[in-house]
Design a protein around this ligand. Structure first.
Ligand code: XBP
Ligand code: MG
Length: 263
């Protein structure tokens, strides 16, 4: 059995509900600032999450609109400018209003540190967005918490491509089966699986009903062990939070199960 040696965190949706409460709001404020009559409501934004990367998401949306610039070069330039503006607004929203970590996340991170289990970040969001979120949540020395931090700027291809995970593994010097990824979205699960990493899914607001192929375990959040599939083996009360020992138990199954759960 391969022991768990590293925990790799996705960011948006997994660590905090940043998509619903942060990025979507900031995209809309950027559209307003540019005088564009565009607005992504929660339903539309949920559809757009199939496209990873904020700039790519704007470009994709433009391809569906009659009122987007006609020339490809103008679209690229507008998407670049809107995206830069969106990230500046997102940073301000997080700094001013705060963006709470999802329940149970900080406790799990603290357990990893207490047990010297290395953590990494594997995200397709921009580095500035990771910095502002984790600086606010973990303090000035937030980056000491992570042995590898791989963001959008560090890869040529975003999730569901495995590149972000392969780079994180390389930087940690860890074999894929000695790591576990924490994800909230089908694209994220596909990226980790394609890198050979077992994945645990903490469903976020946009993926409450999503199908997850090949995850080790799927549940509604780390605040409680209730409703996780498969159930955790730990003996504590079922409404206790998910702990590192639960993650280790799920990870231990990855070597023995022939067919990961699909839920
Ligand atoms: C989520 C993404 C990102 C964010 C927005 O990444 O796809 O594009 O929605 O961030 P993950 P940017 O869940 O892997 O963290 O605007 O910086 O792309
Ligand atoms: Mg995510």
């Amino acid at each position: 059995m391969t022991r768990l040696r590293a925990l790799l965190w996705d960011v948006d949706g997994t660590i905090a509900e940043t998509e619903r409460d942060g990025h979507r709001v900031a995209f809309n404020l950027a559209f307003d600032a540019w005088g564009l009559p565009w607005h992504w409501d929660e339903t539309r934004y949920g559809e757009l999450l199939r496209v990873t990367g904020g700039r790519e998401r704007i470009l994709h949306d433009m391809s569906t609109r009659a009122d987007a610039p006609a020339s490809p070069a103008d679209r690229v330039e507008l998407a670049r400018a809107l995206h830069a503006n969106k990230n500046a607004i997102y940073g301000k929203l997080v700094r001013d209003g705060g963006m709470p970590l999802r329940d149970g996340v900080l406790e799990l991170m603290r357990q990893c540190r207490a047990r010297d289990l290395r953590m990494g970040i594997a995200t397709t969001t921009s580095r500035a967005n990771v910095e502002v979120l984790l600086h606010a949540a973990l303090g000035e020395h937030w980056d000491d918490w992570f042995a590898a931090i791989v963001c959008a700027e560090d890869v040529a291809r975003k999730k569901p491509d495995p590149e972000v995970y392969l780079r994180a593994l390389e930087s940690l010097g860890t074999a894929p089966n000695a790591a576990a990824a924490i994800e909230d979205s089908p694209n994220g699960v596909d990226a980790a699986r394609a890198a050979g990493i077992p994945v645990i899914v903490t469903r976020s607001a946009y993926f409450v009903d999503a199908k997850f192929e090949g995850a080790l375990a799927v549940g509604p959040g780390f605040d409680s062990r209730r409703y996780w599939q498969p159930p955790t083996r730990a003996t504590n009360a079922s409404d206790d939070p998910v702990r590192l020992v639960d993650i280790e138990n799920w990870h231990a199954r990855s070597a023995t199960i022939t067919r990961p759960i699909c839920t």
